[in-house]
Design a protein around this ligand. Structure first.
Ligand code: KG4
Ligand code: ZN
Length: 349
């Protein structure tokens, strides 16, 4: 059973082909191929994602990416067994492009069509690595819009343990980058600059580091950076030092809360997902802390950390039992904890 996955929730157009039958022995074996078009260059001149431009570009890219993907894999439309698309959360117009394309294919080819929760895609993406984590696990979900700690008991059974009260960690990276004139997206630019910075030069807050509970907050860090940038004359070295300081502050807070969550729940493994999970310093801190606790950590392959079609095809393959035909829906806001358990784990394959 071949599942075509389509991701268009924000500024990356992603498509992938996933073989649910092959995946029965090992999820990674199911991924036959994936393609991505990043809109970063297009949005960069505006300093952030322009939703209308994102939607229009998805429309331009989806059909050709699907054609190229099928050619890469030596398959045709007739070989498809199902279509999975990102149903939400995300930008309404951008989501509609992928959803309408998937619904159209489903109608035209009489294929089952399943809407996927974008964050479930991220959360399950480490399972496409060489070493797939088993359930249950603690998930640290750190994307552009979300910073959450979740208990994942089974595919679809997610309990929110902690959340950011204001900005997401990804936003803290993006806003710092903007203040330093590094453009968009900020995470990769900050980490590159941080490589030659001294993280100890500027004293930055570690919001809620010692507060009880597992919630997080990053807006204070953003404000501290804004004040510093106003006050200091920011030469090249100062900018690198500030980038390193911000990166370290975020890594320390996320690591401390992940450790607290592991201790509080006794969960036996940690899974990190989402774009910020690509951050080198965060990975170093999390791995070192987890090793002390004797808890294995799982990260997605770097290519699957940020938005991609592979995670959508995979999550869709797990939810084929929920598929409909010829209809589609988007949910720009959608609570991950409201999902039902994916009962038919590759069962429809
Ligand atoms: O998961 P993602 O691709 O999109 C959402 O679903 O939001 O995450 C994008 C976020 C952005 O905030 C970006 O700056 C951040 O991930 N990011 C990074 C790195 N690569 C991407 N943050 C820190 N270090 C990185 N290497
Ligand atoms: Zn994402």
């Amino acid at each position: 059973m071949l599942v075509l996955g389509i991701e268009t929730s924000c500024d990356e157009t992603g498509v992938a082909l996933f073989d649910a039958t092959l995946a029965r022995s090992e999820p990674a074996r199911g991924l036959l191929g994936h393609r991505l078009h990043s809109q970063v260059a297009m949005h960069a001149e505006y300093g952030g994602v322009v939703p209308e431009l994102a939607s229009r570009d998805h429309i331009r890219r989806v059909p050709s990416l699907v054609t190229e993907l099928l050619a890469d894999c030596g398959r045709g439309l007739d070989d498809l067994g199902a279509v999975a698309y990102t149903q939400g959360p995300g930008l309404a117009g951008a989501l509609l492009v992928g959803a309408a394309f998937a619904g159209g294919l489903s109608f035209a080819l009489d294929l089952p069509c399943v809407g996927v929760h974008h964050l479930e895609g991220h959360l399950l993406s480490p399972m496409l690595g060489e070493r797939a984590p088993d359930f249950p696990f603690l998930a640290l979900l750190v994307s552009g819009g979300h910073t959450q700690l979740l208990e994942a008991g089974a595919p679809g059974r997610y309990r929110l343990l902690g959340d950011t009260l204001d900005d997401a960690a990804g936003e803290a990276f993006d806003k710092t980058a903007q203040l330093l004139g590094l453009g968009y997206p900020g995470g990769p630019a900050i980490s590159a600059l941080a490589l030659r910075g001294n993280p100890a030069r500027f004293t930055l807050p570690r919001p809620m580091l010692h507060s009880p509970g597992l919630d997080l907050s990053f807006s204070g860090l953003k404000t501290a950076v804004a004040l510093l940038v106003k006050r200091e004359s920011m030469d090249d070295q100062a900018r690198a030092d500030l980038a390193a300081g911000v990166e370290l502050a975020i890594a320390e807070v996320l690591t401390a809360k992940a450790v607290a969550a592991l201790r509080a729940t006794g969960l036996p493994r940690l899974v990190v997902a989402g774009g910020v999970g690509a951050n080198r310093r965060l990975r170093e801190h999390l791995s070192a802390a987890a090793e002390k606790l004797g808890v294995p950590v799982f990260y997605p392959d770097l290519a699957l950390c940020t938005d991609n079609g592979a995670m959508i095809a995979f999550a869709g393959a797990l939810r084929l039992a929920e598929a409909t035909r010829g209809a589609f829906q988007v949910r720009p806001r959608w609570d991950l904890a409201s999902l039902s358990e994916a009962v038919d784990y590759f069962g429809a394959a």
